[in-house]
Design a protein around this ligand. Structure first.
Ligand SMILES: [Zn+2]
Length: 352
């Protein structure tokens, strides 16, 4: 088996790592060990940050290992600071696969937490004891937080998988989404109540509020993505082609129909490229200026060579994902050598 997985460290990671090293070595460890030297505190802070990084990585690796074991393609593993994301090229997974795939991550985190707690018992020095305690705590927190039954957290996926054992797909997604939003709102509300001292929680109120809000937004995006995925399951990209407007390159902009959703340009009857409809609208609203005697549709043409290409029988979801991830504005859809139409980013966004 050839494994083609990209490992990505998200750019925010470095900044947050510096912040964590700083707060651990200036604040957390010195408060536990007042006699700690500056250098040793810094060393502990760096070690703790690195161990946290390895812990998050092992959590994601567990997801990836199970996916590989199941013959699924893992496109990338991205490490954010307090978590990661294993991007698995998923068709609709069987519920049992979905459940185990989600479960292995938190299991690894919780096991790591317990292992660090055991190792802590034989720690040779007090600083080491605190370091191991900290990492154990973080791993237990990481594992249990991810088990919250809110999508897109692991716990949400487990819950969604369990629902699917009993209910149809759409209904399962709806139920899982309702619970996810409720949990996110509950966290945010608890955070606000704590900030105004109406509740007294052991966690920081502001932090809970941000976490709840973030979880809510993540849940929304995830719902859209999953709805789209369900709608597109087993469809070809050809079945989604919008009506095509063909316009000769020499046509004045003013003569191009207003309601065109996808425009292909032609020259002597041959297709030469496409026009980004969003760009056309900006020109029309005079947000972009073009000299009056040059204002033909050809001026806005994106030549065929600068576009991606796909076949009419290609899988809809995969092709759309390809489009959204690429820097190119559209994908030309062909049937053999014949051009059947174009799918643009703008068009996709409007449909979602
Ligand atoms: Zn996970």
């Amino acid at each position: 088996m050839i494994i083609k997985t990209k490992f990505i460290i998200h750019s925010s990671w470095y900044l947050l790592a510096l912040l964590l090293v700083y707060s651990l070595s200036q604040d957390y460890f010195p408060s536990l060990l007042p006699s700690l030297s500056f250098f040793n505190a810094l060393l502990l802070g760096i070690l703790a940050t690195l161990l946290l990084f390895v812990s998050v990585f092992l959590h994601e690796l567990a997801h990836a290992l199970y996916a590989w074991h199941k013959g699924l393609k893992v496109e990338s593993i991205t490490l954010f600071f307090f978590g990661g994301l294993a991007h698995i090229e998923e068709e609709q997974l069987a519920p049992s696969t979905e459940i185990i795939l989600a479960l292995v991550g938190p299991l690894v985190s919780i096991s790591l937490g317990l292992i660090f707690l055991i190792v802590q018992r034989v720690a040779l020095s007090l600083p080491l004891w605190h370091l191991l305690g900290y990492i154990a705590e973080v791993n237990l927190l990481l594992g249990s937080f991810n088990l919250l039954p809110a999508l897109p957290l692991d716990g949400g996926r487990i819950f969604y998988g369990l629902l699917r054992l009993k209910f149809p797909l759409q209904k399962s997604l709806r139920m899982a989404t309702v619970l996810s939003k409720a949990i996110a709102l509950l966290l945010a509300t608890a955070g606000i109540l704590d900030m105004f001292s109406i509740l007294n929680l052991p966690a920081s109120g502001l932090w809970l509020f941000l976490l709840g809000g973030f979880l809510y937004l993540l849940g929304e995006t995830n719902e859209q993505h999953m709805t789209l995925q369900h709608a597109l399951a087993h469809k070809t990209i050809g079945s989604l082609l919008p009506p095509m407007t063909r316009v000769d390159e020499s046509t004045p902009l003013a003569d191009v129909p207003d309601n065109a959703t996808a425009i292909l340009t032609t020259k002597k009857g041959k297709i030469t490229g496409m026009v980004d409809v969003a760009l056309l609208k900006r020109v029309r609203r005079r947000l972009l200026r073009i000299p009056p005697n040059h204002d033909t549709i050809g001026r806005l043409r994106i030549p065929l060579e600068r576009l991606d290409h796909a076949d009419i029988t290609d899988d809809a979801m995969k092709t759309l994902n390809r489009l959204l991830r690429s820097s190119k504005p559209g994908i030309i859809i062909r049937q053999g050598k014949r051009i059947k139409g174009v799918i643009t980013k703008e068009g996709v966004m409007r449909k979602v």
